[in-house]
Each structure stands twice: as structure tokens, then as C-alpha cells.
Design a protein around this ligand. Structure first.
Ligand SMILES: Cc1cc2nc3c(=O)[nH]c(=O)nc-3n(C[C@H](O)[C@H](O)[C@H](O)COP(=O)(O)O)c2cc1C
Ligand SMILES: CCCCCCCCCCCCCCC(=O)C(=O)O
Length: 382
């Protein structure tokens, strides 16, 4: 089996995409299949990370450095995996984090992902840079389950008129929350762009939410901007633009978590963008506990980055996360087998998480508590 970024001793720059040895077999098979079918430039766009991909590897490794001390004899024959999230109730504590351009993975694009998420009873966060407009994404989800929840991810644009227009569109499409990504004041620098420079997107694929926005010609596409001008004042303004829950994505410092609560947001997503933005950032699992402590139960804390196994989900919840997001595994499932591939990823994670919960003696998510977590090699509690 291929060694890779999660493997001890993996060398940066070699086999960086082979997460294989540590992920559950179904996910690894789908990733291999995705690698076989995708154009190398598209595979590298999905798989890659910022800089020399240190954080990309650290995200999964941080989970490996933790262990769970199971509780015994707790009578856990009946278990409830469901969870309350901002604007949604999910059947399990695993949701889909926003990733751009699903049509690069499969011709059905976000329509397939939305159907799979709805069938699994969980949330799809549709990217502002999705290759299907948000109204079509929510409609696809609702065809499967009329109560399906879809969140809309947004980058705050320099023009507030443009941001406000995107907010209205997502509301009209029936999204139930906004995920505002705040970890990207600039575009990332990614090592794989040297080997596979980003060509233009194929002519039939575009960021469809960016059509017909204020200031552009009818039918024209606006750029997705990442702006260093964005500040807390903009978040406060956005808070006034919508009654829907707002989740801030990309929070890594506990002081920012406190500022976010003060700004009136409804949830935090602890994330380093899957290691794609800042290669000196901490692993998501390592940033999580201090943020959970700073928030002190006032709003739910979510986390994404490097979650590849049910045990990782259990560790994140034990550290205080309400739920975890997955990014790349969903893209591998989508590329490998469309809607069915995404379903397979979600159901594999559900089954593994349920198994881990049972082994921890848990009946529900609240039974995963921080006292279960120890640091491997030291035996010390977290
Ligand atoms: C190909 C790709 C595209 C992404 N696009 C977005 C995006 O449009 N907006 C966003 O907030 N995050 C984006 N992300 C980051 C994900 O939301 C998420 O934070 C990350 O993938 C989680 O890590 P994982 O892939 O290890 O699960 C993207 C990630 C990938 C891999
Ligand atoms: C070969 C793939 C082509 C990629 C084209 C990139 C165009 C960038 C403009 C949209 C940015 C979307 C941000 C997505 C994101 O957060 C991420 O990749 O990470």
C-alpha cells in the first residue's frame, strides 16, 4: 500500500497524496480510484496543500497522536448519533465541508454531493465557488429529503453589494446557515502548482454562483475575491444582513473565538482549510481544545481537517467539537463513483464512528468527554 502524508517518516514532496495506510479501506479505495480517473492537474488541485504541505500531513497525524481511554460496562447497546447543528439536525456528527468545483470530480458535480448528503441525513456546505448554482443544489437535496439542510459558504467580497446579493440568493434557495470563511486574506501558495500549474478551468465549468452579480455584465462571471481588507466590522455588518445562523470558518486562535462570540456568530468551524492556506498553522485537532475552552459552551464548535476515520471523529468530539467536517474524502468518493461514491464515504464514516462510540461505552455524543483523551506515548490526559 502506498505510503504518504500521514505515514511516519514520509518525506515532503514524495508520495504526498498517499494517505492510504491510515484511512479506512473504503476511503482509500475511492481515493486510489479518484487518482486513476482524474486529470493529474485536477487531482493535485484537490489533494494539495499550502507551502511544502507540512500542515496537510499534520492534520491527520495530530489525531494519531491521541488515544481514547474507553469506559466499560456502560450498557451501550442503543446509540443515538444525531446532533443539533446551526440551522440543521443531522443524523450523525459528520458533515460535508465546502469544496470548490465538484464538476472537476464528476459531471453531476454538487448535484450528486447534495443528493448523497441528503440521503445520509447530513449537511452539505455548498461552496461559493461551486460549479452548480446554489438554488439547483438545494433543489437536488430536497428531492431526496424535503427537510434536507444545505449551508452556503461565503468569502466576504470587497463589494458589500456583491456579498449582500450572494446572501439573498442563498436565502432564497432555502439554505439554513452561512459558513463565512475567514482564513483566506490572500490566495494560497501551493507547492503542487509548480508541477501542475492551474490551467484555466475547463470551458464548461465555472463558479456558477458568481454569475450576474452587481457590477458585472448580464451573464458574466465575477472573480471570487480573497481580501486582506476584511475585518470584524464586516462580520458585524454581515450579521445584520441575515437572520440565518452564521458560522465562522477558519478560526484557530482562542482570542478570535471570543471576539467571534462577541460579534454574535452562531458557531465556529476550527479549520486550517485542510492545510491549503498557511503552512505554519497548527493542526486542527491541536487548535481545537483551546477554542472549545474559550467559547465555554456559548456556541457550538465544529472542526475540519484530516478527519479520515471514525476514531478521528470520536477524538474530535471528545475534545469538545459538536461535529466534524470532511473535505477531500467526499471529492474522492465523487470522482470515483458520483453520488454513490459520496454515500459510501459518509456511510463508512458513520459505521466506523458508531463502532468507536460503542467501544468507548457511549450511548450518545455527550458520552465522549475530554477525560477519555490521552496523548500517545505519555499516557498523560489531554
Ligand atoms: C479542493 C478543495 C477546495 C476547497 N474549497 C473551499 C472553498 O471553496 N471554501 C472553503 O471555505 N473551504 C474550501 N476548502 C477547505 C475545506 O472546506 C476544508 O476546510 C478542508 O478540505 C478540510 O480538510 P480535509 O480535506 O482534510 O477534510 C477546500 C478544500 C479542498 C480540498
Ligand atoms: C485545476 C483547477 C483549477 C482551479 C482554478 C482556481 C480558480 C480559483 C478561483 C476560485 C477560488 C475558490 C477557492 C477554493 C478554495 O478555497 C480552495 O481551493 O481551497
Amino acid at each position: 500500500m502506498e505510503q504518504g502524508e500521514g505515514a511516519p517518516g514520509a518525506v515532503a514532496g514524495e508520495d504526498r497524496d498517499g494517505e492510504g495506510w491510515r484511512v479506512i479501506p473504503a476511503l482509500e479505495r475511492l481515493r486510489q480510484r479518484a487518482k486513476d480517473v482524474l486529470e493529474p492537474v485536477h487531482y493535485d488541485y484537490f489533494a494539495g496543500g499550502a507551502g511544502e504541505e507540512v500542515v496537510l500531513g499534520e492534520n491527520p497525524r495530530a489525531y494519531d497522536r491521541l488515544a481514547l481511554r474507553p469506559r466499560i460496562l456502560r450498557g451501550c447497546a442503543k446509540r443515538d448519533l444525531s446532533v443539533e447543528l446551526p440551522g440543521a439536525r443531522a443524523s450523525m456528527p459528520v458533515f460535508i465541508s465546502p469544496t470548490a468545483f465538484h464538476k472537476l470530480a464528476h459531471p453531476d458535480g454538487e448535484l450528486a454531493t447534495a443528493r448523497a448528503a441528503a440521503a445520509a441525513g447530513t449537511v452539505l456546505t455548498s461552496s461559493m465557488a461551486a460549479s452548480v448554482p446554489i438554488a439547483e443544489v438545494t433543489a437536488a437535496a430536497r428531492e431526496v429529503d424535503r427537510d434536507a439542510a444545505v449551508w452556503f459558504q461565503i468569502y466576504l467580497q470587497n463589494s458589500r453589494e456583491v456579498t449582500a446579493c450572494l446572501v439573498r440568493r442563498a436565502e432564497e434557495a432555502g439554505c439554513s446557515a452561512f459558513v463565512v470563511t475567514v482564513d483566506s486574506p490572500v490566495f494560497a501558495r501551493r507547492a503542487r502548482e509548480r508541477t501542475h500549474p492551474f490551467s484555466d478551468l475547463p470551458p464548461d465549468i465555472a463558479a456558477e454562483n458568481m454569475r450576474d452579480l452587481p457590477g458585472s455584465e448580464p451573464g458574466a462571471l465575477s472573480d471570487v475575491e480573497m481580501s486582506p481588507e476584511v475585518s470584524w466590522e464586516y462580520v458585524a455588518w454581515l450579521r445584520e444582513q441575515t437572520a440565518l445562523p452564521v458560522v465562522l470558518k477558519g478560526v484557530l486562535h482562542p482570542d478570535d473565538a471570543v471576539l467571534a462570540v462577541d460579534a454574535g456568530v452562531d458557531g465556529l468551524l476550527v479549520s486550517n482549510h485542510g492545510g491549503r492556506q498557511f503552512d505554519a498553522a497548527p493542526a486542527a485537532a491541536e487548535a481545537l481544545p483551546s477554542i472549545v475552552d474559550a467559547v465555554d459552551g456559548r456556541i457550538p464548535v465544529l472542526v475540519d481537517g484530516g478527519v479520515r476515520r471514525g476514531g478521528d471523529v470520536a477524538k474530535a468530539l471528545a475534545l469538545g467539537a459538536r461535529a466534524v467536517g470532511v473535505g477531500r474524502p467526499v471529492l474522492w468518493g465523487l470522482a470515483a463513483d458520483g453520488e454513490n461514491g459520496v454515500r459510501e464515504v459518509l456511510e463508512a464514516l458513520r459505521a466506523e464512528f458508531d463502532h468507536a462510540l460503542t467501544l468507548c461505552g457511549g450511548r450518545g455524543l455527550a458520552d465522549l468527554t475530554r477525560d477519555l483523551v490521552v496523548v500517545r506515548g505519555s499516557g498523560a490526559a489531554w
